[in-house]
Design a protein around this ligand. Structure first.
Ligand SMILES: Cc1ncc(COP(=O)(O)O)c(C=O)c1O
Length: 368
């Protein structure tokens, strides 16, 4: 089976983890600081704060902006549940805005209609490795005095022009094993706002600047030095791995037939955390891929506004039509950098054969 993801751990990771273990510095220490510096430089942000996960980075970004009960935060329902959960953790209310049909990201033209006097922030999600339309979103935020928290958990190295994800307002990243780079579990917040970074550092460490003196109620959302050691081995490999993802995506773009391939907005560097097709008869398609030895996955089979903890928000059956339509069609196929050319050939062959069998050609017509 060609897996949908294949985390790569090599000698560098082993060596660095062993060094961290031998040093005795196991919890947050010098390696975390080094990874923060290197990641900030990579993204092009002034500050980076490492966290225990992407989820805790999102949570801290919102808390760092002082968001809490009575506030509203705009986000999308077409995402991993952590985006919206992080809003709930603060006591604020997630307000969902539908996505664009072609880029799977928040539709900026729908944002202003969702604003109220309680809106405090916009959290776009740069899904599958394509940045949301950050310039348009930042302009809306600026007009209305709102914070921007980009959920860039799937977008390490993605860019619009030469500006990378994580440099509009605050950006948050996940280092979960299937991501474009990993630390096992881990996350990072990036920002040019020094005061925000400072507040987030404080909240990450039980509100403590001076040992055992606590200024505010904080959390233990720290990254360990063992995790950072893995990250320090992974980060230098990220650019080449992203290039390999793009190379595989280019082959899929050119050679797949009878399915809708991902649309990349002009001037955007997509890092293909996922290569996500739109297909008819999606579940049959996925099963046929499995039968031909090709792994696939649905991200995500149930949109957030339809998840049990979010039903109380009261979104009606037709509230998010684009999200609902795409939820029924999306299917991600392997695009990870360790795929061999033979495996890429096998994926292309399988997708094209199944599309022909299932008569999915209407998909192409539907998109044009
Ligand atoms: C879009 C998105 N947001 C948030 C997260 C949460 O990250 P983590 O799993 O590191 O907590 C993830 C990753 O799983 C994600 O894909």
């Amino acid at each position: 089976m060609i897996p949908i993801a294949r985390p790569q751990m090599g000698e560098e990771e082993k060596q660095r983890v062993w060094e961290a273990m031998a040093s005795g510095s196991l919890a947050q220490g010098p390696r975390v600081r080094e990874l923060e510096e290197q990641f900030a430089a990579f993204v092009g942000a002034d500050h980076a704060v490492a966290t225990s996960s992407g989820t805790t980075a999102l949570h801290l970004a919102l808390l760092g902006h002082g968001i809490g009960p009575g506030d509203e935060v705009i986000t999308v329902p077409f995402t991993f549940i952590a985006s919206a959960n992080s809003i709930l953790y603060t006591g604020a209310r997630p307000v969902f805005v539908d996505i664009g049909e072609r880029d799977f990201c928040i539709d900026p033209s729908l944002i202003e209609a969702a604003l109220t006097e309680r809106t405090r922030a916009i959290m776009p999600v740069s899904l599958y490795g394509q940045p949301a339309d950050m310039d348009a979103i930042a302009a809306i935020a600026e007009r209305h005095g709102l914070a921007v928290v980009e959920d860039a958990c799937q977008a390490h190295g993605a860019a619009i022009g030469d500006r990378r994800s994580g440099t509009w307002g605050a950006g948050t990243f996940s280092f979960y094993p299937t991501k474009n780079m990993t630390t096992g579990e881990g996350g990072m917040l990036t920002t040019d706002d020094g005061e925000l970074a400072e507040r987030v550092r404080l909240l990450r460490e039980h509100g403590m600047k001076v040992r055992y003196h606590h200024d505010v109620i904080g959390y233990n959302f720290r990254m360990t030095d063992i995790a950072a050691a893995i990250g320090l081995a992974q980060l230098p490999k990220l650019p080449a791995n992203n290039d390999r993802r793009r190379e595989i995506a280019a082959r899929y773009d050119g050679e797949l037939r009878g399915v809708l391939t991902p649309h990349v907005r002009p001037n955007v560097t997509h890092v293909y955390h996922q290569y996500t097709l739109r297909v008819n008869q999606r579940d049959a398609f996925a099963e046929a891929l499995t039968n031909r030895g090709v792994g696939s996955a649905i991200y995500y089979p149930l949109p957030v506004h339809r998840q049990k903890p979010f039903l109380a928000l009261g979104y009606g059956a037709d509230a998010m039509p684009v999200t609902d339509r795409l939820t029924a069609q999306v299917l991600s196929i392997p695009v990870h950098p360790s795929l061999t050319d033979e495996e890429v050939n096998a994926v292309i062959e399988a997708v094209n054969a199944i599309a022909a069998e299932l008569g999915s050609q209407e998909m192409e017509a539907a998109a044009s």
